[in-house]
Design a protein around this ligand. Structure first.
Ligand code: AMP
Length: 279
């Protein structure tokens, strides 16, 4: 497996594999791998001949009071894990090369980025779309895999790719969970033992709502009540948002149906966790 730090070397690597007719599959990440990341990499190796994973804790997608500085990082561990699932290349750029002095071009998908995480994290998705487009231009993959854990991010990237005619196929990957149901996340490492117990309320609430929906309850109001009650009755938690609506337009619906999504962001102690379920 190769570790590439410079943008020009990454371009050369991709160009030479493209010239040899290889299909390049790409997984952008912020590192500190868990089994969710590794599942995306395995999916990428089914989709392409060569797999590139980027590790970049992107400063422009963090707000001034967010966890950029303390976001977990461990490159040596990530290299071992990625090579264990057959990744061919890790792209690990420097922030100073990604955002040189005077950088001032941004990509925005304002409609889809308005609500949910976009409302509580102003500027977050502008940072995400900008860095993902830059990574797409540098890595030049044929296909890229994104997790449904970050559902809003996935929809925004799909829209950016359509709207800007980016010749890359976006492949969604289902949420990978711990045995008890907690969605895997690099941020789960922030949780104390007590908080880890409380964190399960996101999954529990979503599963309860799905069960009610499958039993015929389609009223967003009724489902919201149930979800919020489960979270409110869990210690150490505070709801950031509870969204029930269209999985395509990300606008709220009064009656849910096929294609609707229930998405949650919940503070557990000082850690903000997200999860969702597609109906
Ligand atoms: P991150 O390193 O958190 O930016 O995530 C990199 C990619 O992995 C994104 O496409 C995420 O949606 C995806 N991802 C993170 N956690 C999970 C998970 N538990 N299940 C599926 N995909 C995930």
């Amino acid at each position: 497996m190769e570790l590439i730090r410079s943008i020009s070397k990454m371009r050369d690597w991709s160009k030479s594999h493209r010239e040899r007719g290889r299909k390049i599959a790409f997984v952008p990440t912020m590192g500190y791998f868990h089994d969710g990341h590794l599942a995306l990499m395995k999916r990428a190796s089914e989709l392409g001949d060569k797999v590139v994973v980027s590790i970049f804790v992107n400063p422009t997608q963090f707000g001034p009071t967010e966890d950029f500085a303390r976001y977990p990082r461990n490159l040596d561990r990530d290299i071992d894990l990625a090579s264990s699932v057959g990744v061919d290349c890790i792209f690990y750029p420097e922030a100073s090369e990604m955002y040189p002095e005077g950088f001032d071009t941004w990509v925005e998908v304002p409609g889809l980025a308005k609500g949910l995480c976009g409302a509580s994290r102003p500027g977050h998705f502008r940072g995400v779309t900008t860095v993902v487009l830059k990574l797409f231009n540098i890595v030049a993959p044929h296909v890229a895999v994104f997790g449904q854990k970050d559902y809003q991010q996935l929809k925004i990237i799909q829209k950016m790719v359509r709207d800007l005619n980016i010749p890359i196929e976006i492949v969604p990957h289902p949420i990978v969970r711990e045995p008890d149901g907690l969605a895997m996340s690099s941020r789960n490492t922030y949780l104390s033992a007590e908080e880890r117990k409380s964190a399960l309320c996101l999954y529990k609430a979503l599963m309860r709502a799905k069960e009610l929906y499958e039993g015929g309850v389609t009223s967003a109001k009724a489902l919201r009540q149930e979800v919020e009650e489960i979270i409110r009755s869990t210690p150490l938690t505070r709801i950031d948002y509870c969204f029930l609506g269209s999985g395509e337009t990300l606008t709220e619906e009064e009656e849910l149906g096929p294609g609707s999504v229930i998405a949650l962001a919940v503070w557990v102690g000082k850690t903000r966790l997200i999860d969702n379920v597609l109906l």
